[in-house]
Every structure is written in C-alpha cells, then in structure tokens.
Design a binder for this molecule. Structure first.
Ligand code: IPM
Ligand code: MN
Length: 369
C-alpha cells in the first residue's frame, strides 16, 4: 500500500477551517481507495510572524523536501503590511522549491452560478498553465530618487530560454494528460480531428508590444510544436484572452502564459467559474515537492464563523491526489464536489451555502463513490 507524507500549512484566517475539511475528505478517500498517508502541520503564517518576527524558519526548504506534497490553506493577515507574507512565505516557497508551474483549472461545476450569460459547465472547462517563478516576480529592478519627484522605478520582466522551454513543455504535456485520440477536446473541428489533433494549446502573450519576452515564448512555442503534432496551436494576446474568456470561454482548452499575465487572467477565470470559494491550484515542480492550495486567500472577515466554502481546498486535495498518482480517488472527489454543488448547495458564496463549512465537508465525504 502506498503511503504519502504530506506537509500541511493551514496558514491564516479561514485557511485552517478549509484545510480541516480538505483533510476530512482526504481521510475518506484514503479509506476508500486504499492508500495511507501521514501529515505534519506547520504554523507558518501571519500569526506566527506577528509573534516571532519570522516568516519561514532557516531550514524550511530541507524540511519540506522530506514530503511528497504540501497542502496549503491561506497566507495573509490584516495586521501585517502587504508584501511581507506574500514575498516572505508564499513566493519564497514557490521559488525555493522551484515550483515552476502554477496549474489552475477553470471548471464550472453544475449548479454553480456564473456571471457569464448563457454559459454552462460544458462551456467553461479549461486549464491555465501559469509560469510560476519568472517574469516581474523575479525581483530584478530597482529604484532611484525614491520619494522625490525624480523617482524612477523599474521592475523587470525577465525570462530565460530554460524557464520558457520547461513551462511550455509542461503545457504541451498537459494537453496530452487531458485528452487522447479516444477522448479529444470537444472544441476541435472535423479537419483538426482528421489531422490527428487531440487538444489545443493557446499561448497567451503580448507579442505586439513585449517583443523581446514574448518573442522568445512564441519562438520556443513553435520549436516545441514539432514534437507535439497532436496538439493544435493557438495564440492570443493577453488583452484579447480576457475578452474571449468572458465572451467565448468554450474556445479554450489549455492556456499557457507568463507569471504576471497568469496571475491576472486566473482571477478573471476564477470569477467566471463560481469565484474564490471553488478555485483550486497547484504549484508544481514535476521533479520535486509540489504545493496545492485553494486560491481564495485568507478571507479575514469570515474567520472562525464556519461560513467559508471549503470546496476550493477540497478541490486542491483532489489535485494533490491526482499529482501523487491516485487518479481514481481524485476523480471521485471531483465527482462528489459536482454532486454537492449540483444538488445540495444554495450558493457557493461564503455564508450563503445553506450549510456550514464543516457540513459541506461532510456532504463531500457522504457522496464519495
Ligand atoms: C496568487 C496570488 C499571489 C501571486 C500573491 C499573494 C503573491 O495573487 O497566488 O495568485 O501574485 O502569485
Ligand atoms: Mn493572484
């Protein structure tokens, strides 16, 4: 029997509440699908920072490298200045563990309201592969004359061939993970199928302005395409991507993009698929330790009330199991989430679900088959 070692970082605000529900569902899935696991919890987060002045301990990397995966709740505290916890914990973890992919599925579950008119679950079902360690997030830049009227500020968009290549390769492979000859992407045309395509990869960039950086992305995209003749190529500028995500989300299968654009378009994507209560993501290092999280943040105003929606955290557990190689358990959790949104919840918004946080966790467990 497989045994997984999982580090749990409940974090701040509603993080611990949703993590508890995720772990409840993990326990049920383990019993049903015949694997075991151990968890160790770490108190890293805003509360700990306020008490000790430390964001992460010296040895955090060596510590986390002992695990098969990390399950994170939320990082963010109203009493801590913006930037400290984000840079000192979340980004530091992503960078140190070289989690160079941020995988963000965009999936409208049945019964979940979308602000997009006349669109349903069959229209909103794609995934964004966001590069997760480069771009303006790399920290290069500087400032001169700060606080004066002569102030100049630079924050550089930096990408290496190496970073672009490994991210694009992951995205091409993601198309193959989602589809096969037998199960091609629904958006393909008869001529695509005839040409042997199984799915589509959209490069989201800005080749009309950011000619250096996205010129590199575009070149490597076409270079790699030769190795993936079964993947249909598509390109969209980031501004147009936003428009299509709202107007015709069904035209996307897998989108790949840089870190900054990926950050922005995945918030838009999340809101089209029911919002932060249901959106999960994975910070992935295919050769190292990956970290799975609900992407909603710490939601301080709902802390301790038992009203926050735990489905995003439960979805993160499903992604983690998928990544660990427990695909049937992952599919079962997703199916149970879909059953619960479709048949039980009044809304996916905090405080409006018709159930408490822990009752929603129970519902997912009860309907796990
Ligand atoms: C996200 C968040 C982070 C990011 C912040 C909190 C640093 O917005 O995970 O999308 O910008 O990556
Ligand atoms: Mn973000």
């Amino acid at each position: 029997m497989k045994n997984y070692k999982i580090a749990v970082l409940p974090g701040d605000g509603t993080g611990p509440e949703v993590v508890a529900e995720g772990l409840k569902v993990l326990a049920a899935a383990a019993a049903k699908y015949g694997f075991t696991y151990e968890t160790v919890s770490y108190n890293w987060g805003g509360e700990n920072y306020l008490a000790t002045g430390v964001t992460l301990p010296e040895n955090f990397k060596e510590e986390l490298e002992k695990y098969d995966a990390v399950f994170l709740g939320a990082i963010g505290h109203p009493k801590v200045k913006p930037g400290i916890l984000e840079k000192g914990i979340l980004l530091k973890l992503r960078f140190a563990l070289d989690q160079y992919i941020n995988l963000r599925p965009v999936k409208l579950y049945p019964g979940v309201e979308t602000p997009l008119a006349n669109k349903g679950p069959e229209d909103i079902d794609y995934v964004v592969v966001r590069e997760n360690v480069g771009d303006v997030y790399c920290g290069l830049g500087g400032v001169s004359g700060q606080g004066t009227k002569q102030e100049i500020a630079l924050q550089d968009m930096v990408y290496s061939y190496f970073q672009v290549e490994r991210c694009l390769r992951y995205a091409f492979e993601e198309v193959r993970r989602r589809h096969s000859r037998e199960n091609p992407w629904r958006g393909l045309k008869p001529e695509d199928l005839k040409a042997g395509k199984i799915g589509q990869l959209t490069l989201c960039g800005k080749t009309n302005v950011l000619t250096y950086v996205f010129g590199l992305w575009d070149r490597v995209f076409h270079e790699l395409a030769a190795e993936y003749p079964d993947v249909k190529l598509d390109y969209c500028h980031v501004d147009a991507t936003c428009m299509w995500m709202v107007k015709n989300p069904e035209c996307f299968d897998v989108i790949v993009t840089g870190n900054m654009f990926g950050d922005i378009i995945t918030d838009l994507a999340a809101v089209t698929s029911g919002g932060m209560g249901v959106a999960a993501g994975g910070n992935i290092n295919p050769n190292g330790v990956s970290m799975f999280e609900p992407i909603g943040g710490s939601a301080p105003k709902y802390t301790g009330l038992g009203v926050i929606n735990p489905l995003a955290a439960i979805g993160a557990v499903a992604m983690m199991l998928d990544f660990l190689g427990e695909a049937p358990a992952a599919r079962a959790i997703e199916a149970s989430i879909a059953y619960v949104t479709g048949n039980k919840l009044k809304s996916v918004a905090a405080g409006k679900m018709g159930y408490s946080t822990s009752e929603v966790g129970d519902l997912v467990v009860e309907n796990l088959r």
